[in-house]
Design a protein. Structure first.
Length: 68
């Protein structure tokens, strides 16, 4: 396996994961740059973390709205 065989998938997956993570985080009002870097350096897992935090925040807001 050559170096190109290893780098090519990494150069596709990391930026794609970073963009998806930033988009999800932005939908829930999170900051751009920290999530872009997190998505780039922790690909795929960062996407699921952003989704989980978004769901958690939505549930908290829903509970806060019901308590008023």
């Amino acid at each position: 396996m050559s170096l190109a065989d290893v780098l090519f998938p990494i150069l596709l997956i990391c930026p794609l994961s970073a963009v998806i993570t930033v988009y999800i985080a932005h939908m829930y009002g999170r900051r751009f740059w920290p999530w872009l870097l997190f998505g780039f350096f922790v690909p795929l897992l960062s996407t699921f973390i952003a989704i989980g935090l978004g769901i958690r925040d939505a549930r908290r807001q829903e509970r806060a709205g019901n308590n008023k």
